[in-house]
Structure formats: structure tokens, C-alpha cells
Design a protein around this ligand. Structure first.
Ligand SMILES: [Zn+2]
Length: 114
């Protein structure tokens, strides 16, 4: 991967990281703000809303972890290398998904083998 591309992807990862952290914070505050009281209807609505937000937070945390791993790889100089075969991942793929860990070929193998 050439340097300008690496820099560009690093910028994007840092930006995403900031965005996700503030969204997690926002959603956590939202959960704390949901009052679980009132009649039964209100109660199940509140529980339902909390569950939805919890799911969002979980997804964001998972994504955040991927971003942090990618940033770590950038520091280590191994960013953009397939974790399975060690070959360089297609630049177009990295641009489409900056947290990609596998080349297209290996991703298919990893995904089908679970
Ligand atoms: Zn590979």
C-alpha cells in the first residue's frame, strides 16, 4: 500500500473512532435517561427501547475494537496485510472497508468455515 493511501485510511479510522466513541457515550446517556416505570405498556416500551440501544452500543463496541486493531496494525506496519495468508489486501477492498483483515480469497474461506 502506498503512503498517501495509508495516511488517508488512517485519517478515516481516527475519524470513525471519534465518531463511534461519542455515539457510544450518547447512547449510554440515552439508556440512563429511559425511565422504567409507569403502567405495563410504558414498562415494556421502555425495556424494548433499552434493548435496541444496547444492541447499538454492542455493535459500536465491536466496530470500535476492529478500528483499534487496525490502528495498532498501522503502528506495527502490518496494516493491509491479510491475517491468514500474509499477502497484501487489495487496496480497493481496504478503501471500501478500512478494518478489513483478510484478502477477498481468505475472507471467503474464513467465512465459509465459520
Ligand atoms: Zn489472504
Amino acid at each position: 500500500m502506498d503512503n498517501p493511501t495509508l495516511e488517508e485510511l488512517k485519517e478515516r479510522l481516527l475519524y470513525l473512532k471519534k465518531e463511534i466513541i461519542s455515539r457510544i457515550k450518547e447512547n449510554s446517556e440515552k439508556i440512563n435517561g429511559i425511565q422504567i416505570k409507569g403502567d405495563e405498556g410504558d414498562f415494556s416500551n421502555a425495556v424494548y427501547s433499552r434493548e435496541i440501544i444496547y444492541d447499538l452500543i454492542e455493535k459500536d463496541r465491536k466496530h470500535l475494537k476492529e478500528i483499534e486493531e487496525s490502528l495498532y496494525d498501522i503502528e506495527q506496519g502490518t496494516y493491509g496485510q491479510c491475517k491468514r495468508c500474509g499477502h497484501e489486501i487489495e487496496t480497493e477492498r481496504m478503501k471500501a472497508k478500512p478494518t478489513a483483515k483478510y484478502c477477498i480469497k481468505c475472507r471467503n474461506i474464513v467465512e465459509t468455515s465459520g
